[in-house]
Design a protein around this ligand. Sequence first.
Ligand code: AMP
Length: 517
Amino acid sequence: MKTHDHNIPPVGIDLGTTYSVVAHLDAQGHPETLVNAEGERLTPSVVFFDEFEVIVGREALKAFARLPERAAECSKRDVGYKVYHKVLQGKYYPPEVIEAYILNKLRQDAAQQIGEFSQVVITVPAYFDEVRRKATQDAGYMAGLEVMDIINEPVAAALAFAYEEGFLDNNVEVSQSQKILVYDLGGGTFDVTVMEIRGHEYVTLAIDGDVRLGGWDWDQRLVDLAAEKIIRVHGFDPREDVRAWGKLWSLCEEAKRTLSVRSKAVISFEYQGRTAEIEIQREQFEEATQDLLDRTRFTTIQALKAAGVTWDEIDRVLLVGGSTRMPMVRRLLREMAKKEAETSVSADEAVALGAAIHAGWLLGKARGEPPRFRIRNVNSHSLGVVGVDPLTRRPRVGTIIPRNTRLPIIAKRRFKTHRPNQRSILVQIVEGESPSPEDCCPIGQVSVKDLPLNLPKGWPVEVIFHYRSNGRLRVKIRVPQMERDINAEFHRERALTKELLDGWRRFISGKEPTDYE
Ligand code: AMP
């Protein structure tokens, strides 16, 4: 692999629900995980709002077990919503602001080792919709970073795997195509992606997933199992006291890890003078979480169907995300795929390593180097506009770009003015699979206010949707036969304004605002 320019270090960040990882390419171009200020490769994605300071990582996780009401955990699960579900120190924070605190720590800690940098690649679950992708980019901006690109976690994992296997080496001819299934079960999200490596091309065939399913849900089931025993012994439900719950949760998360290597785990719970020793058998745990596993089975089958691929055609299964260490997950994949999953790259670090490889590629491209690989994506959700059903006169979503369409793509939709001299139109854009707008995720509204005077009724107005390779959307308006561009304002439903982003950027990272869309 080529030696890269040392002025700008290629950095990739896996911003995980429960843990985050930073990687870079070393002087020889090898991807390598960077340790944080505490000397760990994985930084807990927890933010603790102390009275006078904001703490991120291991210390925040410890504080969370004591004072969960002051800590933000799993903020990635809330990304895309206006505010994080918990009030913290009397305030509602946008989830991307919490993510920005995490990224800021990752940036500062990494800079201690490789020097100041700002350009990064951040990964997102393949199943993240446009709104969540934009919010992730905004989090990077508020953390003082310049997000060169966002790539899908499974694609990053496949790159890391390909690097490890030597496929990315320019001297290695990869002639045979390989179909890969990436099963990614992290702390809070589940993604399944079917990919094909065709020589140096990384083609995503289909994506499916669940943005609210992950190791956290397995933890909660253990908490429930333990809580039932505590109620039996002490007549007290630890889930009803936020601090008792925080403590029990962290014990259960640890017990879950034990159950990945042993057939039983013991939880010693002590709270306000009450103690309970709870023994949990692996079998019992697996039984209590079988339905969660079944949800991943169902989604995996759906993704294969969408890709038009059968299990026989899958050459390799990649397991990504800490939760794939659970024996029940490995068993499920062995059963379905009839083969063992790959373990050549660490499930925890593969995504960040792949992101660093992609960052190296982007920086190399900017310097005019020939590409070593090419990524081709699909969109994970259908894009549509809200119109009126002519039969029922009720709002209805008209799909413009169906899910699993190859990106980038440009699609046009023609609207007609309803009356003579109409000066404005409003187009409501959503993502989702349902015909009913309430069940879809609102992206925003495009409003055009300066249509030319005296257009007759029925005059066409074209809305152009451009989905870029990274799943981000741009919208333009064109009125045929008009010379000048029409000003279209794209008002996002749930995004922070540029002023707020700039304010948070200064506050969190101490960096000055820059040009940012
Ligand atoms: P990730 O976001 O990919 O780092 O995944 C983190 C999730 O993996 C958390 O829910 C952890 O509890 C879980 N996890 C990590 N290690 C293990 C393990 N050995 N057994 C079971 N779950 C694990």
